[in-house]
Design a protein around this ligand. Sequence first.
Ligand code: UTP
Length: 290
Amino acid sequence: MKPVTKVVIPVAGWGTRSLPATKNIPKEMLPVYNKPVIQYVVEEAQSSGMNDVILVTNRDKSVIEDHFDHNLQLEGYLESKGKLDMLKSVKDVAEMVNVIGIRQKEQKGLGHAIMCARSAIGNDPFAIMVGDDVIFSGTPGIKQLVDVAMSENMPVVGVMEVPWDCVDRYGIVDGEEVGLGIYRVNDMVEKPAKDKAPSRLAIVGRYVLTPDIFECLDQTEPGVGGEIQLTDAMRTLCKKRGMMAVKIRGKRFDAGNWPEFLAANIYFGLQDEKVRYPLIEDLKQFLVLE
Ligand code: UTP
């Protein structure tokens, strides 16, 4: 397989689970400690060798593209005040990657969002990273998939074990473990009932796919809610050319889920020495039960 240098990050959803916070601010721009959610995702892509980032956006999300561009007025102000660390941090974000913005003009699901990126992908293998899933790990989450895709010459989907009570919220993989945390996928099923689920290996927002996924998406009929499901197209791809699953080593936070979003803020705050101890003191006070 050719090296994976392009990533599609779909960010065009409504973010209804996060309302009213997301009435005018995209979910992907909500801060986790001192950076917006999307910056963690793009940093993961960049540190995995992907410099071409295709953002699938909508008319209300141009602020996401702006975040990865220069703000010359702000940079000039920071320079004039000698705030050079801050200046570096805002310049670094602007210079991180090449951003290609593509509009999804109707919100017809994740599969449809990926179809919108077709012309930017061309004939190369590519990654997909869902714009509201933050993964904190040693080896970046998407790099763990790329390594297996390159060695097996096959598409790869990222999975994590979830409690049995949660399987009906995810696409679930039916696979055989062929190496530590590496599975050959037989099939996958979208949001199964607990007693019908083949495993508790849930598909999380990381994929490495081959460009023939677009033909599979063309053949995919809209499913639940009229949406084109990526999982349905991946089932076709899996039958056609095989697929692997990798259990991602690390901690994942879904920014669209309030408890996980709040936990992510505390987690990343605790990593910073300056914030750690005052934060722990505050938390101790909140956690005293009456
Ligand atoms: P989600 O279902 O998690 O996001 O989709 P959502 O639709 O924004 O959020 P809720 O459920 O209403 O709270 C997974 C990812 O796919 C993108 C979303 O932006 C998110 O990053 N997506 C979803 C699109 O880009 N287009 C769509 O039509 C649907």
